[in-house]
Write a protein that binds this ligand. Structure first.
Ligand SMILES: Nc1ncnc2c1ncn2[C@@H]1O[C@H](COP(=O)(O)OP(=O)(O)O)[C@@H](O)[C@H]1O
Ligand SMILES: [Mg+2]
Length: 451
């Protein structure tokens, strides 16, 4: 809720999701006779900005749903030249450069002295002129992004503002987009390229159909599926705002046992649910788990990318079978030996891939590494994995023996020797639990400013 104070110096909008800090800071600015409006959520900040004129805007960077740099980008793309000060915990030089290059007039890092902020506000107000709006591949009318995705002029592009690219693979591209009427952010996944094979299209449709049947807190939600005028299929999904496990590993190398356990257990919940519904994921890996950021709560893992998913025990006629017998599906680092061998797979293959994921999350290394996909794939068939402690001797005392044993069992070459169901694995995983984790990953991530 806006807290307005009458005043005469400058009309300032301050957007920061840290409500306490925002209040204290705003109080200091008001004491200097500024007229300050404080907003704690990015989308609300952006909608207020669009309908009001301010003399200065202060933006936090990391906020859920719509962050400060995105607001800044939206402002500059819309031609708004109001001076902006980024006030953020991000201290890295490349972040500062990005902030200024995006059109911030000034950049101040937290923790900060209020006196310095006030001096910078005075300086920004003296200048009164914002940086020129840099052309950025962002915003509702961005021809570049829309063109690349073959979306220019389509009804889909008219319905949504395409804000950013969330992920891009060989086949698919995933956008962050906003529905202006609902003021709601979504993720839109599309197949890339103008010449899509019928098989790609059928698989994409199958992904949409399968995920839309799954209704679980640890599985991404699909809202809509359609085909553009150019015959390009798209899927509108819930936007899972937060980093993927891959992004976390890139930033932190590995995740400690007590921080990883709640995440891993939540993934087993989602997987068990999918298996109960007869759905195999077949591409479980850190890239395909995104942690939904919840204010003041533990992040909620969401499994996504059911592009290779398959309905179990469905004796579909061969012609309708999307995965031809000879086709390798999956990602080499996480493929079960039976996937590598092109044998038929069941839920125990997902259990193996999940074993690889656990291994990597806890150590920072996938169990089998190699110079090329073939070498890695063969190691799944031929080589025994090291233990967590062998890979990370410095952490050996932090790995409970039950966890070492559990991962060893998930990574058994012979499916018959693995856990037979994900629920069995989950029960064991619960035994690895230390006392309730107090240092939530969320807090650690905030500290490291991943969000
Ligand atoms: N609903 C979503 N919310 C947020 N990010 C997403 C969403 N869907 C996909 N992504 C991001 O885009 C990346 C690619 O999406 P994915 O469905 O895995 O496509 P691909 O089939 O190309 O791997 C993911 O790794 C994730 O980072
Ligand atoms: Mg993926």
């Amino acid at each position: 809720m806006p807290i307005a104070a009458k005043l005469n110096m400058a009309k300032i909008l301050y957007v920061d999701d840290d409500a306490d800090l925002a209040l204290i800071t705003a109080a200091s600015l008001m004491a200097e006779n500024h007229d300050v409006t404080v907003i704690n959520e990015g989308p609300e900040g952006w909608s207020i900005l669009k309908s009001n004129q301010y003399e200065l805007v202060i933006l936090d960077w990391d906020m859920p749903s719509l962050n400060g740099i995105e607001i800044l980008q939206l402002m500059r793309t819309a031609g708004d030249t109001t001076p902006v000060i980024m006030l953020t915990g991000r201290t890295r030089l490349d972040d500062k450069m990005q902030g200024l290059d995006t059109g911030a007039n000034d950049y101040l890092t937290k923790p900060f002295e209020v006196g310095e902020l006030l001096a910078r506000i005075r300086a920004a107000l003296r200048t009164k002129v914002a940086a020129p709006p840099p052309p950025k591949p962002l915003g509702a009318n961005n021809e570049h992004v829309l063109n690349r995705a073959n979306l220019t002029g389509t009804a889909l592009a008219a319905r949504f503002e395409f804000v950013d690219v969330l992920g891009e693979g060989g086949v698919a591209i995933v956008f962050k987009a906003r529905h202006p009427q609902l003021d709601k952010f979504v993720a839109i996944k599309m197949l890339q390229g103008s010449e899509l094979s019928e098989e790609d299209k059928a698989r994409f449709e199958s992904e949409a159909r399968i995920v839309s049947k799954l209704d679980h807190p640890n599985i991404v939600t699909v809202y809509d599926y359609g085909v553009t005028e150019r015959k390009q299929p798209y899927m509108v999904m819930e936007l899972v705002d937060g980093p993927s496990l891959r992004a976390i590993l890139e930033e932190h190398e590995y995740v400690t046992v007590d921080e990883a356990l709640p995440i891993l257990l939540a993934i087993t919940e989602g997987l068990a649910y999918a298996h109960d519904y007869g759905v195999l994921h077949r591409d479980i890996k850190p890239d395909n788990v995104v942690l939904k950021q919840e204010l003041n709560h533990q992040p909620i893992p969401r499994i996504l990318d059911f592009g290779l998913a398959k309905l179990l025990q469905m004796n579909a006629p061969k012609s309708a079978n999307l995965t031809q017998a000879q086709q390798i599906v999956g990602s080499p680092a996480y493929m079960s030996p039976e996937q590598v061998r092109l044998q038929s797979v069941d839920e125990r293959s997902d259990i193996y891939s999940f074993g690889c994921l656990m291994f990597e999350v806890l150590t920072g290394y996938a169990p089998f590494l190699g110079d090329n996909p073939l070498e890695i794939a063969l190691k799944h068939v031929e080589e025994n994995p090291l233990t967590l402690g062998e890979v990370r001797p410095e952490l050996v005392t932090t790995f409970p023996p039950v966890l070492e044993h559990l991962i060893g069992r998930a990574l058994e070459k012979d499916p018959a020797k693995r856990f037979q169901t994900i629920r069995e694995l989950q029960e064991e995983l619960q035994k690895s639990s230390l006392p309730p984790p107090d240092s939530s990953l969320w807090n650690r991530l905030r500290k490291f400013r991943i969000f």
